[in-house]
Design a binder for this molecule. Structure first.
Ligand code: COI
Length: 355
């Protein structure tokens, strides 16, 4: 990879802010964006100077490869404001690393650390008033890269645009989440792009998820594409199962996203001495546990969704309701995690990074 010496970010400020028009108490996820965005273009084998400029639409050639071949990747991150008004990122090094892994898998250029990290921090500093204090509030950060090169030949683009946009966030899911276990459709296959945070991984889920929505389910728990017998990942989240007092989650693979919330939950749970097994969980095991009453909880873990309890699942047209527990493990883990993210509890793992 060739790069110019990137040590500078140009900032063009918006003449006015729209912050006063935002109802921070009633935010639907990902609909409102802050006043500025970061843009950094890749041309002639080099990254150009990053620019922070007013958030606005931009023109693109209709033949840009992102429109035809979906050469696009993204990350999901959050910034939190503590009681002293300091702003913190959660494990941003992990997102940066995963972003560039996704870039390699999608034949896109890796983004220099300065552009990703300093660009992100500079943009958040400018938008500090958009980071709301208090548990449950955060600024959702969306770095992404698209293929802007023109021409419909099916080959990697020669030009790219890396961008960061920011959106104040509360919860991702409103209301209960019920899931269907996939029996036919697949999210990913061995040798595919399931482990990359590629845009196409998400759009491929839209149709089966729409069918699930029509039946009253919010998400799908994906199973392995070859046999549909192994439980893998839920829509926008990794997934954990509690059978009796042990938690189970699938090992990451070429088909499963290496979730940062997932790996943080694993570390937290190990520290709390909660029994956890990272191993393949079979659909049959889950159904059996639901039938014999040993299945206590299922929850999803993801940046946007945080820790989201699943209230029941459907498999082969049979619905299994989970028990309503007084002290769910999911809640305990969520509290630990969000306390660390919001600097309400000591971060013994060194995960939080001050801006
Ligand atoms: C996230 O949790 O940040 C994700 O990237 C999932 C996204 C589809 C909302």
């Amino acid at each position: 990879m060739t790069t110019n010496t990137l040590n500078d970010i140009e900032i063009i400020k918006a003449p006015t802010s729209k912050i006063d028009s935002v109802d921070f108490q009633n935010l639907a996820f990902g609909n409102v964006f802050t006043d500025h965005m970061l843009v950094c273009d890749y041309k002639d084998g080099q990254w150009e100077k990053p620019v922070i400029k007013p958030y606005a639409p931009f023109l693109m050639d209709p033949s840009a490869k992102v429109f035809h071949y979906g050469q696009a990747i993204f990350e999901g991150m959050k910034a939190y404001k503590d009681v002293n008004d300091d702003i913190w990122l959660f494990r941003p090094d992990q997102n940066f690393e995963r972003f560039n892994k996704s870039a390699v898998r999608m034949a896109m250029p890796e983004v220099p650390e300065f552009v990703f990290m300093e660009g992100l921090k500079e943009l958040i500093r400018l938008e500090k008033d958009w980071v709301q204090k208090g548990l449950g509030n955060s600024l959702y950060l969306r770095p992404f890269m698209i293929a802007t090169g023109t021409g419909v030949i099916a080959a990697p683009s020669q030009e790219y645009r890396f961008m960061i946009i920011l959106s104040p966030a509360k919860s991702y899911y409103s209301g209960e989440v019920k899931v269907i276990i996939a029996e036919h459709f697949s999210r990913a296959a061995n040798g595919g792009i399931g482990a990359a945070k590629a845009a196409g991984n998400y759009s491929a889920q839209f149709y089966p998820t729409k069918l699930a929505n029509e039946k009253g389910y919010q998400q799908i728990i994906w199973t392995d594409d070859a046999t549909h017998t192994k439980l893998e990942e839920a829509g926008t989240m990794n997934v954990f199962f509690r059978i009796n007092d042990t938690l189970f989650t699938a090992p990451t693979s070429e088909r499963i996203l290496d979730g940062i919330t997932r790996k943080s939950v694993i570390d937290l749970v190990n520290k709390e001495n909660i029994a956890l097994e990272v191993r393949t969980v079979l659909v049959d095991e889950l159904v059996e546990a639901a039938k014999n009453g040993s299945l206590k909880e299922i929850f999803g873990a993801g940046t946007a969704a945080v820790i989201n309890p699943i209230v029941g699942f459907s498999y082969k047209d049979e619905y299994y309701e989970l028990p309503k527990l007084e002290k769910p493990m999911a809640l305990k883990i969520k509290q630990k995690l969000t306390n660390i993210q919001n600097k309400l509890e000591e971060d013994v793992f060194g995960w939080t990074v001050k801006i």
